[in-house]
Design a protein. Structure first.
Length: 296
């Protein structure tokens, strides 16, 4: 018999080995639409984006919230590189930027073959420093960006490394959240428009495969968006009614129920067992039994 826990939809009893039987807790609220949370393990702080407000905010260890960057050019996804520098996807400028130690911003990518990128959305960094990011068109609409026409005829998933900017695939209708497998052989990509998660095998020349790995099924509001892998290889994905948890094989374990549409999340705190959840107007906390992965 599968035991139900308030705030958790259990689809497989193995979910209890992954998440704690504790309530979801609001941390801070009053925002417009939150995205892009990343935890700094040395500063013990969380930065996250409020896209429509064009701000990046910072939650310190003492619980205080301050403005980290204003304006942020309608920043969405964030990630730290291996040197602890913040990478940010900007909707308003269609750029992927990096913040240097002196606070200055360097553009890492803004064009593919002379045409403007659509609107970089989410970004992840491999252990060797290679950068992967998605580029849907959402930042060229009024809700989460600046209305303007697109130059590229497709939405892409890109790799940025020693060979420059490479298009890995244009076969994703709404590329959104992404994450690497634990061994970094595979790249998972959320296709928001098609309501599923794809898995691509990374190769020297690009990617192979691209099969549908899982679907986020349910009746509540929400779609595949932010993706993360925990330290045991379980995959977490935003979806209907909250955050969906999948076993490393792709078997659905259950849903962490969130009362607002959830866009992204990350693990934080000293034990990396607090899941910080960006859900529309509110930043929530939820405890897991399995820690996440350290950013750098």
């Amino acid at each position: 018999m599968i035991e139900a826990v308030p705030g958790i939809e259990v689809r497989d009893p193995r979910l209890h080995d992954v998440v704690a039987d504790e309530p979801l807790r609001p941390t801070v609220t009053g925002f417009r639409f939150l995205e892009g949370p990343v935890w700094h393990p040395e500063e013990r702080s969380l930065v996250f984006s409020d896209i429509p407000a064009s701000r990046i905010l910072k939650l310190s260890a003492d619980g205080a919230v301050s403005i980290f960057r204003d304006p942020s050019n309608m920043a969405n996804g964030n990630a730290y590189d291996r040197e602890g520098r913040l990478l940010t996807c900007e909707h308003a400028t269609s750029q992927l930027v990096r913040q240097e130690a002196d606070g200055s911003l360097v553009t890492l990518a803004d064009r593919y073959r002379s045409q403007e990128l659509n609107s970089p959305n989410d970004v992840v960094v491999a252990r060797d420093g290679t950068i992967y990011f998605t580029d849907p068109g959402y930042g060229r609409g009024a809700s989460y960006g600046v209305p303007r026409s697109r130059e590229l005829p497709f939405c892409g998933v890109y790799r940025l490394g020693e060979r420059g900017l490479e298009l890995l695939t244009d076969d994703v209708e709404g590329p959104n959240g992404l994450c690497l497998s634990l061994d970094e052989r595979f790249l998972f990509v959320a296709d928001t428009e098609r309501l599923h998660i794809r898995r691509f095998e990374l190769t020297e020349s690009g990617v192979a495969g691209g099969e549908i790995w899982a679907r986020t099924t349910g009746t509540g509001p929400g779609e595949p968006d932010g993706l993360k892998i925990d330290s045991a290889g379980n995959l977490f994905s935003c979806g209907p009614n909250g955050i969906h948890v999948f076993y490393p094989t792709g078997a659905p374990l259950g849903v962490i129920e969130v009362p607002e549409v959830t866009a992204n999340f990350t693990w934080g705190d000293d034990d990396l067992c607090t899941l910080y959840i960006c859900a529309s107007t509110t930043l929530y906390r939820f405890r897991t039994r399995v820690p996440g992965l350290r950013a750098f």
